[in-house]
Design a protein around this ligand. Structure first.
Ligand SMILES: Cc1cc2nc3c(=O)[nH]c(=O)nc-3n(C[C@H](O)[C@H](O)[C@H](O)COP(=O)(O)OP(=O)(O)OC[C@H]3O[C@@H](n4cnc5c(N)ncnc54)[C@H](O)[C@@H]3O)c2cc1C
Length: 286
């Protein structure tokens, strides 16, 4: 919680309510010399810096006071997979760029593309969705209207409580296990990220999917939609500048386990090469 909020904190509710840091109302901040401050007594630039400027950079936040946001009784959720040749996957990724960031604020639709293709040469990608406060028929009708290529079927959507949706997306088995999570041991990862301001062309999207398919098992990209509330918060209001004009973020990831440690340098090198390859498609400064 401490580092997550101090670094910004993006999640499935961010298109509706902004980052975790955007919802900080007050903090008990301990400066390096041991003095403690609250919102009333700390300088404005300190209160600005601790809300997204990175954990461990300024001092210790002993407590955050956060604005609680309303969540509906039920949300519509889905995780669907689509597979096909590189051109089809690139087509879905290309189209997503126009949909994910411009859906109504209540919609979160991200996509993940793993590197490896199946034995028939097809690539699979998945879409994760959470829709606040709309029954599944209504959510599906909005999604099918704006993204008919995804071809969502009603059977792929379910209505659950918001807490159950947190269970689903955290990848745990029950509500009880949310407060009893064990750290994953023996799993290693290298991640980098970028932000995109202009949709990447279809031709370049095909190149990206083809480059991705050269990655080791365990590598992937995830695209997280911005827009909504993210675009209405000023780019200098907090240290997190990726606001209006930013369509989405890309997370590049490669994961491996302890038995694969001798290949870790190669995995990291591949991720860095992919990141360098992407440079011309993503935002600069910042
Ligand atoms: C698997 C994985 C998934 C992730 N998914 C997301 C995501 O969906 N969205 C997102 O925004 N980020 C995500 N992150 C990034 C995550 O927000 C950061 O790693 C964050 O730093 C984790 O917060 P933490 O509270 O565990 O901090 P830690 O990792 O414990 O600390 C991070 C830094 O903050 C400092 N710090 C911690 N607490 C405080 C405090 N109270 N006061 C001052 N400094 C402090 C630490 O000293 C350290 O420098 C993910 C990371 C991982 C590994």
């Amino acid at each position: 919680m401490g580092g997550h909020t101090a670094g910004g904190g993006f999640g499935l509710l961010s298109r509706k309510f902004g980052l975790a840091a955007d919802n900080v109302l007050d903090a008990v901040f301990i400066a390096p010399n041991g003095s403690s401050f609250t919102r009333d007594t700390m300088d404005d630039d300190v209160f600005w810096a601790i809300r997204g400027g990175g954990g461990g950079s300024w001092g210790v936040v002993y407590a955050w006071k956060l604005r609680l946001v309303p969540v509906p009784d039920n949300v519509t959720v889905f995780s669907v997979a689509r597979s096909g040749p590189a051109e089809l996957i690139a087509g879905l990724m290309h189209r997503w760029q126009y949909v994910g960031p411009s859906l109504p604020d209540e919609f979160y639709l991200s996509t993940l593309i793993p590197a490896r293709s199946s034995s028939d040469g097809n690539i699979s990608m998945s879409f994760t969705g959470q829709v606040l406060g709309r029954p599944k028929q209504l959510a599906m009708s909005v999604l099918n209207q704006s993204f008919p290529e995804l071809g969502l079927a009603e059977s792929e959507l379910s209505e659950v409580s918001w807490l159950e949706s947190a269970v689903k997306f955290a990848g745990v088995s029950s509500v009880a296990s949310l407060t009893n999570r064990q750290p994953r041991v023996g799993e290693y990862a290298k991640r980098k990220s970028d932000y995109v301001q202009a949709p990447i062309s279809m031709q370049d999207t095909i190149r990206i999917v083809q480059y991705l398919s050269t990655g080791p098992a365990g590598s992937s990209i995830q695209l997280d939609p911005y827009g909504g509330a993210m675009a209405r918060i000023g780019s200098t209001d907090t240290p997190f500048p990726h606001r209006a004009g930013y369509l989405y973020s890309i997370q590049y990831a490669v994961t491996w386990n302890a038995s694969d440690m001798d290949r870790s340098d190669g995995h990291v090198e591949w991720l860095r090469s992919f990141y360098a390859f992407m440079a011309s498609y993503v935002s600069k400064n910042p």
